[in-house]
Write a protein that binds this ligand. Sequence first.
Ligand SMILES: Cc1cc2nc3c(=O)[nH]c(=O)nc-3n(C[C@H](O)[C@H](O)[C@H](O)COP(=O)(O)OP(=O)(O)OC[C@H]3O[C@@H](n4cnc5c(N)ncnc54)[C@H](O)[C@@H]3O)c2cc1C
Length: 348
Amino acid sequence: MAKYTVTLLPSGSQIECQSGQSILRQALNQGISIPFSCLSGVCRTCRGRVLSGEVDTGQVHPNYLNDEDRAAGFVHLCQAKAHSDCEIEVKEIDTSLTHPARALPGRILDMQKLAPDVMRILVGLPANEPLYFHAGQYLSLSLTGGLSRFYSIATSPLIEGVRQFELHIRHMPGGIFTDHVFGEMKLRSLVRIEGPIGNFYLREDSEKPMILLASGTGFGPIKAIVEYSLMQGSTRPIHIYWGGRLRRDLYLHELAESWASQNLHIRYTPVLSLPSDACAWEGRVGFVHRAVLEDYPNLANYQVYACGAPVVIESARRDYKLASLPDDEFLADSFVSLADTATASHNE
Ligand SMILES: Cc1cc2nc3c(=O)[nH]c(=O)nc-3n(C[C@H](O)[C@H](O)[C@H](O)COP(=O)(O)OP(=O)(O)OC[C@H]3O[C@@H](n4cnc5c(N)ncnc54)[C@H](O)[C@@H]3O)c2cc1C
């Protein structure tokens, strides 16, 4: 297989790449940290721009990388493959600030339905193998047969690492992993985790007011961020927006309300898109990402953390940019399903 040198700019880091593997995968294998999230070409976290050389953009749906982007040299490094020596402009992560991913055995310590289709599972780790991560990051959870999916950690990190953590998992009927979680998974089952992963985590070096946008189980990592910042005694302003279709989708509504009632710097706005009469809902109605814009038409001085359904994240990314949110201040994890990457649509 042909070998090429990919030079990342502005850092000048070099990756020795084989033509058959994605540039991101080989960068990570060689200890070079490029931000990434979905690993399926959708979320844009690993987007770079080819300055010279030949790069195959790979399988990225035009919704996520359109003709204009391709003509300008943009690629998603989780899909892109080098076909010659090349130079790529991309943001890298300061690894002195992140925790390396590790593979660890785990056990299901508790399972609790927070809503008919949302399961909170508590995973315990060996006593001498705590997990270190930043608030908001996710991990890969594998079953004993090897089937794995990504889930965001819904627990605040601790300086000494955590020995147990919770995940909020929504049932996707017909979905291979979540059918198992809502069917055969039992207390004490063995699992494997690999993490932490991702660039979606609380930036503690910023003082900008934060908008935390959650859709559905995207509330999990938002919970981790809020609990961590409360534990740190931070009074940085936080406005949480949590969207669902029905009232039951806001499966920890009272917890979010209690953060807001007990802390002057925290506000909470729940938004339902399709409340039924049974919801007896008197709160905001509509698309959650639009509720943010109704309240903050100019986002120039904010930092936004958005997590959950891909359609919400993409709509927010697009519309908040028009509302002057700097690209760097939009941090997101899109709960992309690998099965969906070829067919996803962007119309909310
Ligand atoms: C970075 C990241 C973090 C994630 N964190 C979480 C989390 O904390 N909690 C959580 O519940 N999920 C999370 N997910 C989604 C999760 O990884 C799985 O995709 C999801 O649980 C479905 O797995 P499955 O095997 O049951 O479905 P699959 O068998 O993979 O897919 C079956 C079908 O289910 C539907 N589907 C799957 N996922 C979604 C979705 N997110 N939205 C709409 N339809 C979907 C699609 O129609 C798909 O074709 C995350 C994904 C990513 C990339």
